[in-house]
Design a protein around this ligand. Structure first.
Ligand SMILES: C[S@@+](CC[C@H](N)C(=O)[O-])C[C@H]1O[C@@H](n2cnc3c(N)ncnc32)[C@H](O)[C@@H]1O
Length: 407
């Protein structure tokens, strides 16, 4: 039986124990609250961490706090930013609840932003608040059988050495490899540095400017079909296979926002399971002094922890609905992606270029006035189109260009 915990910044409940519900949720978003109250109707929900002054006593306080000021795609205001600074509210809650352990989740960019000073602030503040043992580790959804390149940093701060060490437990053997068919994922919205075209998995789901309109930022290419992911597929790629069915009235844009924000469910289960059960330390202490992706702070020393790289899921095909159910990328979206990629000199595989070009050439049907200028911009590229195409490589030679721009 796991000990009692409070879930802060609960979202749709990705960071939870596999068998035990929290004593309390704290979540501001009304749609997320609806999901939480359907999943665990008996658990009370507080709607703002800043008003949670007398939390119930608990052993753990758990939460993935907002990353907008830390993410490399965000404001870079850092740990003292308005939203990412809510970390300090979570810490205040943990001490008020007299929790012996705090489990935090955020993007890996927290390790390096401001040349590491923000992470140093996090460690110093946790130690000062009575949590002298701190373990951290970057985990990837692909370690847990989900074909999504989503890397997240977990921090376990505790008054008990073994709890902090437990984040370095052995991973479950759950990885699925070997896709039945070649399926590719990429950002159709374009990326800052790359469209992250990848074979067998998708780049990280994220909350983009476009998803207010109910469109996922990620598209897939299956044979000669290019289409966006559906909200149901995005949730499945985060380990929430059932959510769309139990909440048929939530709009696609809401479901996509939830999916983009969530901790992948099997990842959350692993972390809470390991730390609440005080799982056995399974890393190797390699040396100290450097902040790396897996580490331990103990007795004033920082240890680098080495873990063997687990297999990475690449069975994207298993997570997709039959493509015949899904509409192609629109001609305007295809034109927009071509224009952005050519202007930014970001390559793509030749096959994708040809498919996008064919889509962009078919300009019939419903057109969005706001994006009609994608066609004008594409036509204005003239000779640049053939020059760009001549430099592209076939899929077999194309190097997958995953960059963690949404970290
Ligand atoms: C990164 S998401 C966490 C997602 C969650 N771990 C999951 O698996 O779905 C951060 C969450 O914090 C919530 N939030 C932001 N400010 C808050 C506040 N002041 N009080 C409570 N929740 C807040 C947001 O609505 C959002 O759902």
């Amino acid at each position: 039986m796991a000990e009692a915990y409070l879930s802060i910044f609960s979202g749709i409940g990705g960071l939870e124990h596999p068998k035990v519900a929290p004593l309390l949720y704290c979540e501001r978003d009304e749609a997320c609250q609806q999901v939480l109250s359907l999943t665990h109707p008996d658990v009370p929900i507080c709607d703002d961490i800043r008003s949670l002054h007398s939390p119930p006593p608990a052993d753990f306080v758990v939460g993935g706090w907002p990353c907008q000021d830390i993410s490399s795609a965000g404001t870079l205001g850092g740990i003292l930013g308005d939203r990412s600074g809510l970390f300090f509210e979570m810490l205040r809650t943990a001490t008020a609840a007299r929790a012996h352990t705090l489990i935090g989740e955020n993007v890996p960019n927290l390790l390096t932003i401001n040349n590491g000073r923000d992470f140093q602030t996090v460690i110093d503040t946790l130690v000062g608040a009575g949590y002298p043992f701190i373990g951290w580790r970057v985990l990837n959804a692909r370690y847990f059988g989900l074909p999504q390149q989503r890397r997240r940093l977990f921090i376990v701060a505790s008054s008990c050495r073994e709890r902090a060490e437990a984040i370095h437990a052995a991973l479950p053997e759950s990885c699925s490899r070997g896709s039945k068919r070649d399926v590719y994922g990429f950002y159709w919205t374009g990326g800052k540095r790359s469209i992250c075209f990848s074979r067998g998995y998708i780049p990280a789901l994220k909350i983009g400017a476009t998803d207010n309109k109910g469109r996922a930022p990620v598209a897939v290419m299956i044979d000669d079909h290019v289409r966006k992911l559906s909200a149901r597929e995005c949730l499945r790629l985060q380990g929430f296979d059932d959510l769309n069915h139990s909440h048929p009235r939530l709009a696609a844009s809401t479901l996509l926002r939830m999916a983009g924000n969530a901790v992948p469910r099997p990842m959350g289960h692993f972390v809470l399971g390991a730390v609440t059960e005080t799982a056995h330390f399974d890393g190797v202490r390699e040396g100290f002094g450097l902040i790396t992706e897996a580490g331990l702070y103990e007795d004033g020393w920082v240890w680098t922890i080495n873990h063997a790289e687990p297999p990475l899921a690449d069975n994207l095909h298993d997570f997709l609905d039959a493509s015949s159910e899904q509409e192609s990328l629109s001609s305007q979206a295809a034109a927009g992606l071509l224009v952005r990629s050519i202007r930014a000199e970001q390559p793509m595989p030749l096959q994708l270029y040809d498919l996008l070009f064919a889509l962009a050439s078919n300009r019939e049907g419903k057109l969005w006035p706001s994006r009609a200028n994608s066609f004008e911009a594409l036509d204005a590229l003239g000779d640049e189109l053939s020059k760009y195409r001549a430099g592209l490589k076939p899929i077999s030679d194309y190097q997958s260009a995953i960059e963690e721009e949404v970290e």
